[in-house]
Design a protein around this ligand. Sequence first.
Ligand SMILES: C[S@@+](CC[C@H](N)C(=O)[O-])C[C@H]1O[C@@H](n2cnc3c(N)ncnc32)[C@H](O)[C@@H]1O
Length: 329
Amino acid sequence: MMNSFFDIKQKMEDFHPIYTTIDIPSWLIKITWNDIRSMDENQFVDFCKKFRVFALDQYKKYRYPIFARPKSLRKIISGFRKYNVLDVSDVPYNMDDKFCLKGTTRNYSSGINNWFPEIYYVDTVKGKTSPMSLVENEKRLINSMKAVLYNDTLKVFAKNPGKPIFEILVKVLSIARGTQKVGHFSPDMVKWLYIHTLKNYKDKELYVYDPCGGWAGSMVPLFAASYHSSLFDKKITYIATDVNSDVHDRYDMIYQFWKTYINPRMNVSIHKFLTPAEEMHNEKFFGTCMEREIWLLHRRRIIIRKGIQKMKINLISNTKVIVYGLMVF
Ligand SMILES: C[S@@+](CC[C@H](N)C(=O)[O-])C[C@H]1O[C@@H](n2cnc3c(N)ncnc32)[C@H](O)[C@@H]1O
């Protein structure tokens, strides 16, 4: 089903986010919990069906996931600019003599998601279903809205019965009832990991390999890390592979966006592959890089899967190529 929504080719000239904000019609933006509670069964079911049709239509026409937080272009740019210069030296800390890294709630780079509406259609590995799959299933959606909205099982509406329900509704529907949106590793932590590791290399040229590019959750932190004084004069090549062809154009779009609005002098270039990570060692480009040496970034956090096991791993840290990425397939 996914492909019918996406003819990315026509948008290639435009590297701007796939979605930003949408206009919510008054029947949906103004309705309060009192209005909902005054509905009879049929009226409520009709309201749920109308909500569903609207949500599916917004995705079909504008690739706008109804559960997404609206984010204007200006907000995405200002968020990325803050993230680019963000000092992440507060990420590491010690607890009970243990060296720890904290994931922060600073979400300056959450604009990444605005290039990947599909994130709202991906079920989590823990078996939680995606928010948009809830909308796809009319019966399940009506039952969920009856529970969280009409019966207020999460006790979020009755306390302000005269308040419009839309924003709270999309929030609770996207986390309640067995749904959950997939997410990125803490962008601040990833930025810190890059700076903390790459700054140790004297080489003027560095290669960073990401075995599953996904939704750019490792690419954008590298862009921001490259702005750090210790990496400013390095030439960094980001090598990402991902078998999902839908995401590849987005990497170029985000790259162009970053160069246009965030850091025109960014010293990072990107190389993308569709090759499964476990076969990357056959890639000529990768082979030439591999002839040099490999050093595993933060090896105790990396889950080595079949792909890397096949490669000759030399742990001597005289390197040009750094492997980053938690191989979550
Ligand atoms: C959880 S996502 C990765 C998230 C990514 N690291 C990020 O931070 O945005 C997993 C990705 O692995 C990709 N994938 C699945 N099997 C793969 C394989 N054999 N080789 C490379 N990528 C693969 C999927 O297409 C998906 O985009």
